[in-house]
Design a protein around this ligand. Structure first.
Ligand code: FBP
Length: 553
C-alpha cells in the first residue's frame, strides 16, 4: 500500500506522555485521592450504582509499581463519530499493556459497540498497530453508533468477555457512550464478572468536559482544521472583496467548535446557539444582526465578510423549535402518507398551512423554499425532521438577503451582497491528529491501561493540566458516576453524564463577546494556517484558545 510522505514521518513520531507516566511501567504507582460524589442527584445516582458510586479520585505518580501481576486481556471499542487521535488511544493502550506483560492481549471490537455484542473482533499485534500510529481516522477497527444500554446487551457482553477471558473493556466515546460505560461497569460489578470498564473522553464537539475532564480529544485537531480553512476563506474574501461566506461548522448541539473557530479567526459574525436560546432570539432578529454587519461594512466599501454558523443553531431558536415540533406532530403516523401522496408542492403547502398554528406558519413562510422542502421531505426513520440536515448556512444567507432587500427598498442600504456557502464537518474528523491530540490520546490510552492494571472499574481515563507542556500533565482517573446527574430522556429519568454546552459566563465566550462588535464592522481576520507537526513548539504544541482562556492564559 502506498502511503504519503507525511504519514511515513508521522508513523515515527513519539507521542509525549505526562512526566509521571514516563520512565517505565515499573515506576508508576497510584495515589488515592478523596471519595467522590455525583455532581447532582447524589442519592438517586448512588442507589442506581451501589457498586461503583463514591469511589476515590486517583492520580498516578512515580514510585514502585504495586499492581497485581496477572495476565490482562483487554477489549477496546471506538464509539460514535470519528475524532482525530482515536488510533493513538488504541496505540497507547497497546503499548502499556505489552510493556507490562508481553503475554497480555488487546482485542479490538469492530465497527463500534455492536462488535462486542456480535463478537466481531481482531487481536492486535505489533505489525498491525504500527501502521496506525499518529494517524487520523477510526479505520483501525471502525466505529458505530449502536448504544450499549440494555440488560440483555450487557448479558451478551459478559458472555463474550467470558469466552475470551477478557478482563477489561475500554470504551472510547462521547458523553452517551461513557454514560453507558458507567452503567456497564456497574452491571459487571453487580454480577461479579470480574470485568472492568474504563472510558476515554472523545468527541470533536468538545461537549464532554467538566471540572475533571478539561477537553475531549479530537476537538483540538478538528477546530484547527476548520480554522485553517476559515482563515483561508477570510484571506480570499479580503483579497477578492466580493463575497460574503456563510460557513456552517459541526458540533451537533453545542457551539464550542464555532466559538473556538471564531476565537482563532476573528470572523465578522459567529452565532452561538447557547446565547440564541438564553436570549430567546428569533430568526428575524438573528438575520437583522447579520444584516447590520453587512450594511456597516458595505458603507465602508467592504462588500464581503465571513459568518460562522454552528450546526445545531436552528434548534435553539425557540420559534423554530416549536415549528419543528408542530411539523413532527402534523406528519405523525398515517398523516405522512396523506402528505406524501399530494401531487404538487402547492398542494403540500396548502396542507401545511391548514395544519400549523399561525405563529409557526409565520416562521415557515419566511424560510426559503428549499429549506421549507427540506423540513418536510428529509425525515428520519421515526418520521421526525432531521434538523442536522437543514442547511442553516443557506437559511441565514437567504434571510439576510431578504432583510437587505427591505433596507434597499427603504433607502437605508446600498451595498452588494453575494453569499457563498460552506459546511465544514467531515473534513476535520479524521485529520492527522495535531501533536496535542497525538500526545493526549496516546496518554489517555496508556493511562487507561494503568487504571485497568490497578484494578479500577467504572473510571474515566483522566489527563489534566493540559494547557501546560506534556511533561507537566497529570494522569489519573475519575469515577464516571462523579460526572452524572439525572435527566429526562425519552420520557424517563435517566442517570447521564451532563453535556457541557458553551457557558455564557465562561472566559471563552466573554472574550468573544468583548470583541465581536469590532470584528463585525472591521476586517480583523486572523489566519491560523495549517496544523504544524514539525518545527518550534510555539506553533506545533499550541492548545486551543478555548482551553487557554479557560485556564486564564
Ligand atoms: P460524536 O458526538 O459521536 O463524537 O459525534 C459528533 C459529530 O461529529 C457531530 O459533530 C455531528 O453532528 C455528528 O457527529 C455527525 O454524525 P454522523 O457521522 O453520524 O453523520
Amino acid at each position: 500500500m502506498k502511503i504519503s510522505p507525511l504519514q511515513i514521518e508521522r508513523l515515527q513520531y513519539n507521542p509525549k506522555l505526562p512526566g509521571m507516566l514516563r520512565g517505565g511501567i515499573a515506576e508508576i504507582c497510584v495515589k488515592e485521592g478523596e471519595p467522590t460524589q455525583s455532581v447532582a442527584d447524589q442519592e438517586k445516582i448512588q442507589a442506581l450504582f451501589p457498586n461503583t458510586y463514591g469511589k476515590n479520585e486517583i492520580t498516578f505518580q512515580k514510585g514502585q509499581n504495586t499492581s497485581e501481576a496477572k495476565k490482562q486481556v483487554v477489549g477496546v471499542i471506538l464509539s460514535g463519530g470519528q475524532a482525530p487521535g482515536g488510533h493513538n488511544v488504541v496505540c497507547g493502550l497497546y503499548d502499556a499493556l505489552k510493556a507490562t506483560n508481553p503475554e497480555n492481549e488487546l482485542f479490538g471490537f469492530k465497527n463500534g459497540p455492536s462488535g462486542l455484542i456480535e463478537d466481531d473482533y481482531l487481536v492486535f499485534d505489533d505489525e498491525y498497530i504500527d501502521q496506525y500510529r499518529n494517524t487520523g481516522g477510526f479505520d483501525i477497527i471502525g466505529s458505530g453508533r449502536t448504544k450499549l444500554e440494555t440488560e440483555q446487551q450487557f448479558a451478551v457482553a459478559a458472555e463474550v468477555c467470558k469466552k475470551h477471558g477478557i478482563t477489561a473493556i475500554v470504551i472510547i466515546g462521547g458523553d452517551d457512550s461513557n454514560t453507558n460505560a458507567g452503567v456497564l461497569a456497574e452491571y459487571f460489578a453487580a454480577n461479579n464478572t470480574g470485568v472492568q470498564v474504563i472510558g476515554c473522553p472523545k468527541t470533536i464537539d468538545g461537549d464532554l468536559k467538566n471540572e475533571d475532564i478539561e477537553c475531549s480529544f479530537g476537538f483540538d485537531t478538528a477546530t484547527k482544521t476548520y480554522s485553517e480553512l476559515i482563515g483561508n476563506i477570510e484571506r480570499d474574501a479580503n483579497s477578492a472583496k466580493k463575497y460574503w461566506h456563510f460557513v456552517k461548522v459541526m458540533g451537533r448541539s453545542a457551539s464550542h467548535v464555532a466559538l473556538e473557530c471564531a476565537l482563532e479567526t476573528q470572523p465578522n459574525i459567529c452565532l452561538i446557539s447557547e446565547e440564541v436560546a438564553a436570549k430567546k432570539m428569533s430568526l428575524s432578529e438573528l438575520a437583522d444582526n447579520i444584516a447590520d454587519s453587512v450594511a456597516k461594512r458595505a458603507a465602508k466599501g467592504m462588500n464581503f465578510g465571513v459568518a460562522i454558523i454552528p450546526e445545531g443553531v436552528v434548534e435553539f431558536v425557540p420559534e423554530f423549535r416549536v415549528l419543528i415540533d408542530e411539523i413532527n406532530e402534523l406528519l405523525a403516523g398515517a398523516k405522512a402518507d396523506e402528505f406524501n401522496a399530494l401531487p404538487s408542492w402547492a398542494d403540500k403547502y396548502a396542507f401545511i398551512e391548514k395544519g400549523l398554528t399561525k405563529e409557526s406558519m409565520d416562521v415557515f413562510a419566511i424560510l426559503p423554499q428549499t429549506i421549507q422542502q427540506q423540513l418536510f421531505l428529509e425525515r428520519d426513520p421515526h418520521g421526525n425532521v432531521q434538523v442536522s440536515l437543514i442547511e442553516s448556512e443557506k437559511l441565514f444567507s437567504a434571510l439576510v438577503a431578504a432583510k437587505l432587500a427591505e433596507r434597499k427598498e427603504a433607502g437605508t442600504y446600498n451595498g452588494k451582497f453575494s453569499p457563498l456557502h460552506h459546511f465544514f464537518g467531515y473534513e476535520g474528523r479524521c485529520a492527522f491528529p495535531s501533536n496535542f491530540d497525538a500526545d493526549y490520546c496516546y496518554s489517555l490510552g496508556y493511562n487507561a491501561f494503568m487504571l485497568i492494571q490497578y484494578g479500577y472499574n467504572g473510571y474515566l481515563s483522566k489527563i489534566s493540566n493540559l494547557s501546560k507542556p506534556a511533561e507537566e500533565w497529570v494522569a489519573g482517573g475519575m469515577p464516571i458516576t462523579k460526572m452524572m446527574n439525572m435527566e429526562r430522556r425519552h420520557g424517563e429519568d435517566k442517570p447521564v453524564i451532563r453535556k457541557a454546552l458553551v457557558e455564557l459566563d465562561g472566559k471563552p465566550f466573554k472574550y468573544f463577546e468583548a470583541h465581536r462588535a469590532e470584528w463585525a464592522e472591521e476586517t480583523a481576520y486572523t489566519y491560523p494556517g495549517a496544523i504544524q507537526y514539525y518545527g518550534p513548539a510555539s506553533v506545533c504544541d499550541l492548545t486551543t484558545r478555548t482551553l487557554a482562556l479557560e485556564k486564564g492564559e
